[in-house]
Design a protein around this ligand. Structure first.
Ligand SMILES: [Fe+2]
Length: 189
């Protein structure tokens, strides 16, 4: 389950309904989905996509997404730091950023134009949609691992466009959730 913090207000949300309701006010869609399919979380991407085909089709129908893939990032990923540095600065896309987390953890910071920055720690079972045009940035958590299904309306639209505001530098890229400290936390899924 995601953990949401509002750093400037020293506030933390852990209840899924409260999280979804608050994020809705920021224009972010958040849902919890059960990982109920009989597929190993480290299965090949094609098996993951096949296992979640019903959910993927539902999301495609909802958001006009035409393609899906699996992003897999871990400490052994070649060029990891260079890749991460592209997304850890405040940016937006001309495309929704939709992620359904299969394993691992990640930290989204969202900078709504009309309210304060909110940090969203995601983990397995979390579905998040950051609409096109939303200012945001992303970091990994301490486990340096995330595996997620991504959906695209048009992959060419998913280039980061930078605000160059440096707002991201005011917020620590630190995850507070407890479960990522447990090496086998994903075993339950
Ligand atoms: Fe992004």
């Amino acid at each position: 389950m995601a953990l949401v913090t509002i750093p400037d207000q020293d506030e933390r949300l852990t209840d899924p309904e409260a999280i979804a309701a608050y994020l809705k006010t920021c224009g972010i869609d958040y849902e919890r989905w059960r990982l109920a399919h009989p597929v190993a979380i480290d299965a090949p991407a094609t098996d993951i996509l096949r296992a979640f085909s019903r959910e993927i089709d539902e999301l495609k129908a909802r958001g006009g997404y035409v393609t899906a893939d699996v992003i897999d990032v871990n400490p052994e990923t070649p060029g990891l730091e260079a890749m991460l540095s592209k997304f850890s600065r405040e940016h937006w896309h001309d495309e929704d950023e939709v992620r359904f987390i299969i394993s691992g953890h990640g930290l989204f910071h969202i900078h709504p134009k009309m309210s304060t920055v909110v940090a969203i720690e995601v983990e397995a079972g979390d579905l998040i949609r950051v609409p096109r045009g939303t200012w945001h940035w992303f970091n990994l958590c301490a486990d340096r691992h995330i595996r997620a299904i991504r959906l695209f309306q048009d992959m060419s639209g998913w280039t980061p466009l930078y605000t160059d505001s440096n707002v991201d530098q005011r917020y620590l890229p630190v995850c507070f959730g407890a479960s990522h400290l447990q090496p086998n936390s994903d075993a339950a899924y």
